[in-house]
Design a protein. Structure first.
Length: 271
């Protein structure tokens, strides 16, 4: 399975990373950045926990399902548009399959005050200290690759490091496990990371089971007005959008358009 391959490659990369910079050094860097406080003007959680639709705009160069992504605009232009249109930014730092790295994250961090989430396959405490060191505001925890002990321990470590956490699930069992750590933000990945099939029905099904006090994010597979309208009829607080924004020459305009489409869908559902 692709997911197993990604995790195996991540373990190999971590061995290299720890040789280049030890856990002790990364931990010291994290503590220094923690003392300095956040770069963002508002926390990741607070910027998503609002009445209107929130959008997390993503930066990524590739994915196993799409291959290389050809961006229509420069990184700097993209972040300028995100600064004016979305509530948070996601940056892929996974190298082998998404062609990301912490360097991209640090570049974006210098040109935005929006809250940023480090999106990666987080399986080792090293990565959480590194996230704090590169001034991330939040991290991703994928229930599919973590056991219950890891979910709990990594969630607690993140909060100790003043990082918000988006806990990602794919089905009812993973949602039940995730809720045990009492997360504030739940994300449903509409793409099955084991076979990469996409179904927005995952969001619709799980939306009925997510407690109303959680911020609920739909991730992946949102590429059309129809997708946005469909999710507008669900109990969704926000979207994480990658491919559609990366392939569009004007993500600011697309973000504004989809927020309007979403509100119309939600209004129809209320009627």
């Amino acid at each position: 399975m692709i997911l197993d391959e990604i995790v195996a490659d991540k373990r190999t990369q971590l061995i290299r990373d720890k040789k280049n910079k030890t856990l002790e050094v990364v931990r010291r860097e994290a503590e220094e950045k923690k003392k300095e406080g956040a770069v963002a003007d508002i926390s990741f959680y607070d910027n998503l926990a609002k009445e209107d639709l929130s959008i997390i705009g993503e930066f990524k160069n590739a994915s196993p399902s799409l291959g290389d992504i050809s961006s229509q605009i420069s990184l700097e232009e993209r972040i300028k548009e995100y600064n004016a249109s979305v509530e948070a930014i996601s940056c892929l730092t996974e190298e082998a399959h998404f062609k990301g790295n912490v360097g991209y994250f640090e570049t974006i961090r210098r040109i935005t005050k929006l809250p940023m989430i480090r999106k990666d396959f987080m399986i080792d405490e090293y990565q959480f200290y590194e996230a704090r060191a590169i001034q991330a505001d939040a991290v991703l925890l994928i229930a599919a690759i973590l056991d219950d002990v890891q979910l709990h321990d990594f969630y607690q470590l993140s909060r100790e490091l003043q990082l918000d956490v988006l806990v990602e699930v794919h089905d009812e069992e993973e949602l039940e496990r995730a809720l045990r750590v009492e997360p504030r933000i739940i994300g449903v990945n509409n793409r099955n990371l084991k076979d990469f099939t996409i179904s927005l029905e995952r969001t619709r099904t799980l939306s009925r089971l997510v407690p109303k006090d959680k911020v609920f994010i739909a991730e992946s597979g949102i590429v059309s007005d129809e997708d946005v309208a469909y999710l507008g009829a669900c109990r969704v607080d926000g979207f994480l959008i990658g491919r559609a924004f990366m392939e569009h020459e004007n993500p600011k305009a697309l973000s504004g358009h989809w927020k309007a489409v979403f509100e119309k869908g939600r209004a129809r559902d209320a009627d």
